[in-house]
Ligand binder design. Structure first.
Ligand SMILES: [Mg+2]
Length: 260
């Protein structure tokens, strides 16, 4: 199981801490660009630390890394920021201390949310349970105003992909969870690159950390990050955009060529 520890072996401060979204970002772009980025991460493990920051859950990430096609991360912020853990021996191992504020805010909330949303037309709970979030799906009968039944609860509501409604503990999202993890690991903030492509990545860019809004990003994310000087708008899609932004921010030298 040594392969999973490759990024922890790095000595000294890293040149690059890549904190990246998965779908459309680290997993996006041409096969050549993905191979170039994954090879870069693997071959320069002493310089590069890898953190996944994703809406996906721990099971998905374990499957993704199982066959070695994608480099294993050192840490994972999953479930849109509501899971924080080390990636060890092929699995996400939640960190109870880092998750304590999340757990505290979520206590007792799921029951209230489920009860209040039970009668909403065109909205149903997704079958797969998540750790500190509730995930719903909706169809054309659904009216967003009907979510007002949640007024007064300590939750954040995330509507995405034209069919999903996620209910999260208030104030918990990718960006704040990433900052908590970086502080815990004592990683230098000026070496961090956050990368994403949709609105649920916005909180990462709002931290002010160096950023890669990769090519193919949602128009809403492009608009929201337009005024942010640290958020580089990439021309290349997905993984190619990450390599482009590493160069633009001057984080690593001798980078591979990525396709135009
Ligand atoms: Mg994405």
């Amino acid at each position: 199981m040594r392969q999973y520890h490759s990024h922890i072996a790095s000595a000294g401060p890293p040149a690059l801490v890549l904190a990246t979204d998965l779908d459309g970002t680290f997993l996006g772009g041409s096969p050549q660009d993905r191979a170039a980025l994954y090879d870069l991460v693997r071959s320069r493990a002493t310089e590069v630390r890898l953190i996944f920051v994703t809406g996906r859950d721990p099971g998905f990430i374990a499957n993704l890394c199982a066959d070695g096609a994608v480099p294993a991360p050192e840490y994972v912020i999953g479930d849109v920021g509501t899971t924080i853990g080390q990636f060890r021996d092929g699995a996400v191992v939640p960190d109870a201390r880092l998750e304590a504020p999340i757990k505290r805010r979520w206590a007792g909330v799921p029951e209230l949310v489920r009860t209040r949303l039970a009668g909403v037309r065109g909205l149903w709970l997704q079958p797969a349970p998540f750790r500190h979030r509730l995930s719903y799906q909706y169809d054309e009968r659904f009216q967003p105003e009907s979510l007002r039944v949640l007024d007064g609860l300590d939750v954040d509501i995330l509507i995405s992909h034209g069919c999903f409604v996620d209910i999260l503990p208030k104030g918990i999202s990718k960006g704040p969870s990433l900052l908590r993890l970086l502080a815990e690991l004592k990683l230098p903030r000026d070496r961090v690159l956050v990368a994403g492509d949709t609105l649920n990545d916005l909180s990462m860019f709002e931290t002010g950390l160096r950023g890669a809004v990769v090519g193919g990003a949602e128009a809403e994310l492009l608009a929201a990050t337009g005024p942010m000087p640290a958020a580089h708008h990439c021309t290349r899609i997905g993984a190619g955009g990450i390599v482009e932004a590493i160069a633009a921010h001057g984080l690593l030298e001798n980078l591979p060529e990525v396709s135009a």
